[in-house]
Ligand binder design. Structure first.
Ligand SMILES: [Zn+2]
Length: 566
């Protein structure tokens, strides 16, 4: 009986995945009333994540109406100072959720529900979920207004489709959302790296070669890449990376690569397609791309290798199939780049190695000299400790760890990490522990404060990358300055009042405004360092303002003043 139940669940899951492709491509309503113009596509390489949706231009404007693409119900509303800013989620009957982010506001009746919730709980930041009966919407119904809230670098709509059950992000253009596109991807450069049998970089060596157009296809100038004994020293395997763009839609918006296949000789050895990404897997992008080239030079290099520990759903081929030389050989190599609408470019060249192969490094990097990705480490000295869970490291890293009383140092921020790496540090004696935090010391003077917890009398932080980690003390309260009025004003004629706020060492963690003692909803626009309070049409007269900010170390700043609002 139990077995039948399990089978039934599997059948349901399968049918929901079939559902995505069965949605009639012409049925979705446009989320905007202006022609759709892409400015970024799904899967584009970003810092620490894939771009999980489509960005649509709003012609530099905020406040354009946003429409639900299909009938359903509002399932979630989230308001945060960074990230998606104001975001609205709509669940649809076909098992898909649509998400509209960076909004300036919500439709009037929805806005009312949110403000009532904010006022009741005195929360400026919310993450509210709704069930199917609460806010039903019809197809094409106005639900919100476009904006620039959260971590948005200019007004636009960030639009997503997600599988409602698994919450995985879906590529809208291969999951029922149509945009016409007749242009194939354009490769610009290929890269070669010597690797070991685990797919790890063997050393720092790298070759880059420009791609040239060759008839309808692409090639490289000489047609062949001749590898030297020096380049191949110690290995018989080569990793290929490809850089390129894809122009989508009538406006030829420049987007990233979608589907990459590598054929060596007769065999297809690598195939990836960024059609769905789990939010839990997002940091694995730092292993998918050449992270140091991205961090240093903003180059978006797609590495054509599926490492066995990389769980991204984008890999469609078996792990660890690589180009392997035999010595005195020439391998005809093809890279096929395909976009979401099946437009394809083909890049052909030969990989040539005219010599006998030297001695091959047949074993992994020695564990005595390297921290290895599949191992766990906990190293403590003088009370300070660093921890790596298995697969927190993407690549073996030389054991150059330095732990002193003042710092933990391993490599630099150019080496990315997956989740599961942390440091634990003893607090500085001269200050209370709750005023202390761990920071990543940048290569110059910059310090990046990390989210720090106090656990058993020590400070702990998850690591964003390798680097130098130290303990800082924050005894300074945030600063609050008038922004759209002057400190000497006694009255303002405005529909909103704004303050410029900042915290020099850590970050602002709470912000509350009281007008005549009554809590009032405000918005914290973190990227612009602004606090924004919008007045209701009939809200005027002499008011007492009291704005209270706290940073993550509990330092409090209070700004108070009587102002006449006209
Ligand atoms: Zn976006």
């Amino acid at each position: 009986m139990k077995k039948i139940k399990v089978l039934f669940v599997i059948t349901l899951l399968n049918s929901s995945s079939i559902f995505w492709s069965q949605v009639d491509k012409t049925t979705y309503h446009s989320p905007l009333s202006i022609p759709l113009k892409l400015s970024a596509s799904f899967g584009d390489i970003r810092p620490n994540h894939f771009h999980m949706g489509l960005d649509f231009s709003t012609n530099g404007k905020v406040g354009l109406p946003l429409f639900s693409i299909e009938q359903g119900y509002v399932s979630r509303i989230k308001i945060t100072p960074l990230g998606y800013g104001r975001a609205i989620y709509v669940n649809h009957p076909n098992g898909v959720t649509s998400v509209y982010a960076h909004c300036s506001g919500f439709e009037k009746s929805i806005q009312k529900i949110i403000v009532a919730y904010q006022e009741k709980n005195q929360f400026n930041e919310v993450d509210i979920t709704f069930t199917s009966g609460e806010i039903p919407v019809t197809k094409g119904q106005l639900i919100a207004y476009s904006g620039n809230s959260g971590n948005s670098s200019g007004p636009h709509l960030h639009f997503e489709l997600r599988d409602t059950k698994s919450e995985r992000a879906l590529h809208p253009l291969v999951h029922g959302f149509d945009i016409s596109d007749i242009h194939a991807p354009i490769p610009s450069k290929i890269y070669l790296y010597p690797i070991d049998q685990n797919g790890y970089y063997l050393n720092q060596k790298k070759i880059s070669i420009a791609v040239v157009k060759s008839g309808v296809n692409y090639s490289i100038k000489t047609g062949k890449i001749v590898l030297t004994s020096d380049f191949m020293e110690g290995t018989d395997r080569v990793l290929i990376g490809v850089e390129g763009t894809d122009k989508i839609g009538v406006d030829l918006s420049v987007c990233g690569l979608f589907e990459n296949e590598l054929i060596a000789g007769e065999n297809s050895i690598f195939h990836s397609r960024i059609d769905t990404v789990s939010f839990d897997h997002n940091k694995l992008i730092n292993d998918y791309c050449d992270y140091s080239e991205y961090k240093r030079n903003k180059k978006k290099i797609h590495k054509l290798i599926h490492k066995s520990s990389n769980d991204l759903d984008i890999y469609k081929s078996a792990p660890l199939q690589t180009i392997q030389l035999r010595g005195n050989d020439s391998i005809p190599t093809v890279i096929k780049l395909t976009d979401a609408k099946q437009n394809r470019s083909t890049l052909n060249f030969d990989i040539v190695f005219r010599k006998e192969l030297g001695t091959i490094v047949s074993t992994s990097k020695p564990s005595a000299l390297y921290f290895l990705p599949d191992s766990a480490y906990y190293i403590e000295e003088v009370g300070n400790a660093i921890r790596f869970n298995p697969h927190a490291l993407f690549e073996p890293f030389k054991k150059t760890l330095v732990i002193t009383k003042d710092k933990i140092q391993l490599g630099t921020a150019i080496t990315p990490l997956n989740n599961g790496a942390s440091v634990s540090m003893i607090p500085i004696e001269s200050a209370p522990i709750d005023k202390q935090y761990i920071y990543l010391q940048g290569e110059k003077e910059q310090k990046e404060a990390l989210k720090t917890q106090v656990i058993n009398g020590k400070l702990e932080a998850e690591l964003p990358s390798l680097g130098t980690f130290k303990v800082g003390i924050d005894l300074t309260a945030p600063t609050i300055l008038p922004h759209n009025f002057s400190a000497s004003d006694t009255s303002i004629v405005k529909s909103a009042i704004q303050w410029k706020v900042d915290d020099s060492k850590t970050s602002i963690s709470s912000y509350n405004l009281f007008i005549d003692g009554k809590w009032k909803v405000i918005e914290y626009d973190k990227k612009n360092k602004l606090i924004n309070c919008v007045f209701e049409p009939l809200e005027n007269g002499l008011m007492n303002f009291k704005l209270i900010l706290k940073d993550v170390c509990g330092n409090e700043a209070v700004w108070t003043k009587n102002l006449r609002v006209n």
